[in-house]
Design a protein around this ligand. Structure first.
Ligand code: ZN
Length: 118
């Protein structure tokens, strides 16, 4: 593992890429453009940046039926796909967007206006 310094906040964190294993950051949706002159971000700063990109995406694509393949992270990430409230998992709009339709369970952050809820 390599120690890195966050390009935004300066926090020291570990890059997980070693022995051809991908870094933890590859679990995130590939929705962040690489900005010239910017190095890696720590988990906290990457999470915030990805959340902003996701919010932009959802604003531009309300009720998405097809989130591009490269944006779809498969491993669930706290604060990206869900958060925990009083011990319960609450799924984010992003999680629902990747499914592409309303599941009918009246989820709090349903981006589809609960269209399949009876
Ligand atoms: Zn940081």
């Amino acid at each position: 593992m390599t120690t890195k310094k966050c390009s935004l906040c300066g926090a020291v964190f570990l890059c997980g890429s070693h022995h051809q294993q991908p870094c933890w950051c590859t679990n995130y949706p590939a929705i962040m453009p690489i900005t010239d002159g910017q190095d890696c971000r720590c988990p906290a700063c990457l999470t915030v940046g990805v959340q902003e990109k996701i919010n932009d995406y959802i604003q531009k694509n309300p009720m998405p039926t097809a989130v591009p393949e490269q944006y779809r992270n498969t491993k669930l990430i706290e604060h990206i796909d869900y958060y925990i409230e009083n011990g319960n998992w609450v799924f984010t709009a992003w999680f629902h967007c990747k499914r592409g339709s309303c599941c009918g369970n009246a989820c709090r952050h349903c981006p589809y206006g609960h269209e399949n809820v009876r």
